[in-house]
Design a protein around this ligand. Structure first.
Ligand code: PMT
Length: 410
């Protein structure tokens, strides 16, 4: 496997040398690209000696710099020749440039031209790591499919203790391995997904909704597309970027979500319903804003259509995967919903714990099937949980196909 290692300008740049070794041990042929700032911390010669290859140090050839092989179009060649781009240490500056598409040196230009897998290993001061700007940039990059190896906690070069240390090179190399092993086991499937909340109008300016951010559903959609599926994502209002390679249909209400799901049902082979659909809506929304009065306001709510239950009735041989957000009796409620809504699999999610479930980046779920199997996933990043859910779906698909083959004489 051919990998580019982009070395950013941080004190942890020296650890990138160990990462070269860890990647080589795993059979990767490594080409190193260094930013100008990285060269202030480590000499390109270190990496040239370790890799036996010239190190790319700038966008334009620098006369007299023997180890510079760059040319005006070199980034395109490097982008095309390599399967993987690992950036370590990925500084706050690099993350911001990647997120916003700035291309003012070789590494940032290479990132834009690169179509393979990207693994980012951030390292910086803990305040910079916690800064909302860095968090927002990482979120953009994650949504775009980059894998992020979270930094370690401990003593930082600036003398403080906190999160921000470059992860152990073996851990980064391990992540690279799992990213590269990425299966294409959903090729040929068309997955119809729902994600996010719905909003049900009370009047022209107010609505009922819930805390769903769409992160869980978007992570599954992204991972499924990476595993080869065609993905149609019906999404309620969220503030996430559309996952790469996914067909996004934006809706607002439960009625609109039902309509969009039915329109795409025929073409689908797997349906995954992660959305937190409002259970009630106001059937007759007043034309004018409700006036505030001194007395109590009563609202009359009608049930929304249960999309999952309706699809359960007409799914044919499609795989139907529901979710259940519960605050108690998780397995019991999840089983009840799986049976009553005729799902093949159900993902049970306990949603009353801090840092898991709604809105957060992490989740922990129980994946149950009709055959009585229960698989636990998490607590971990939603991207990781998404992969475990898809593993179970791919396995169930395979086992059902095997049964079909046995049942159908040649
Ligand atoms: O979006 P995040 O912030 O990342 O949070 C993720 C999540 C907590 C929303 C997600 O993991 C989750 O648990 N989704 C299910 C939320 C939910 O509404 O659960 P429920 O138990 O109320 O509904 C059961 C199932 O019926 C769900 O698949 C739901 O999509 C479906 N449903 C519910 C009501 C309705 N009118 N129509 C439906 O199709």
């Amino acid at each position: 496997m051919r990998a580019v290692l982009g070395v950013g300008g941080g004190i942890a740049a020296y650890k990138a040398a160990e990462l070269v070794r860890a990647l080589q041990k795993r059979g990767h042929d490594v080409q190193v690209v260094m930013t100008r700032a990285a060269q202030e911390f480590v000499q390109p010669l270190t990496f040239a000696a370790l890799t036996g290859r010239k190190v790319v140090t700038g966008l334009f050839s620098q006369t007299g710099a023997e180890d510079t092989l760059s040319s005006a179009v070199e980034h395109i060649a490097v982008a095309q020749e390599n399967d993987l781009l690992v950036v370590a240490p990925a500084t706050a500056d690099l993350l911001a440039k990647f997120a916003y598409g700035l291309a003012d040196d070789f590494l940032t230009t290479l990132y834009l031209a690169f179509t393979g897998k990207v693994v980012l290993a951030p390292a910086m001061n803990n305040a910079m790591w916690e800064h909302p700007a860095t968090r927002a940039n990482l979120e953009i990059l994650r949504q775009r499919g980059c894998s992020v190896v979270e930094p370690d906690e401990g003593w930082l070069a600036c003398g403080t203790i906190g999160a921000g240390r470059l992860p152990d090179p073996e851990r980064i190399a391990g992540t690279v391995d799992s990213v590269m092993r990425h299966k294409k086991d959903l090729t040929g499937e068309t997955i119809l997904m729902t994600a996010g909340p719905t909003q049900e109008a009370l009047d022209p300016v107010r609505y009922i909704s819930n805390r769903s951010s769409g992160k869980m559903g978007y992570a599954i959609a992204q991972a499924a597309a990476e595993r080869g599926a065609r993905v149609v994502l019906i999404s309620g209002p969220v503030s996430l970027a559309a996952p790469l390679g996914v067909e996004l249909v934006s809706v607002r209400t439960a009625q609109e979500m039902r309509q969009a799901v039915l329109e795409h049902l025929e073409e689908s082979t797997i349906i995954i319903k992660t959305a937190a659909v409002a259970d009630y809506y106001v059937a007759h929304v007043p034309q004018q804003k409700l006036k505030k009065t001194a007395t109590r306001l009563s609202l009359e709510l009608d049930p929304t259509p249960d999309i999952l239950a309706e699809i359960g009735q007409r799914k044919g041989d499609r795989l139907l995967i529901g979710f259940a957000a519960e605050t108690e009796n998780l397995l019991e409620e999840a089983r009840r919903k799986m049976i009553s809504k005729r799902c093949d699999m159900l993902v049970g999610n306990l949603v009353n714990r801090d840092g898991l479930g709604f809105e957060s980046d992490q989740n922990e779920v129980e994946i149950i099937t009709r055959s009585g199997q229960t698989v636990h996933a998490g607590p971990s990043e939603k991207k990781e949980v998404a992969e475990r859910i898809l593993d179970q779906i791919a396995t169930l698909r395979l086992s059902l196909r095997a049964v079909d083959t046995v049942d159908t004489p040649a």
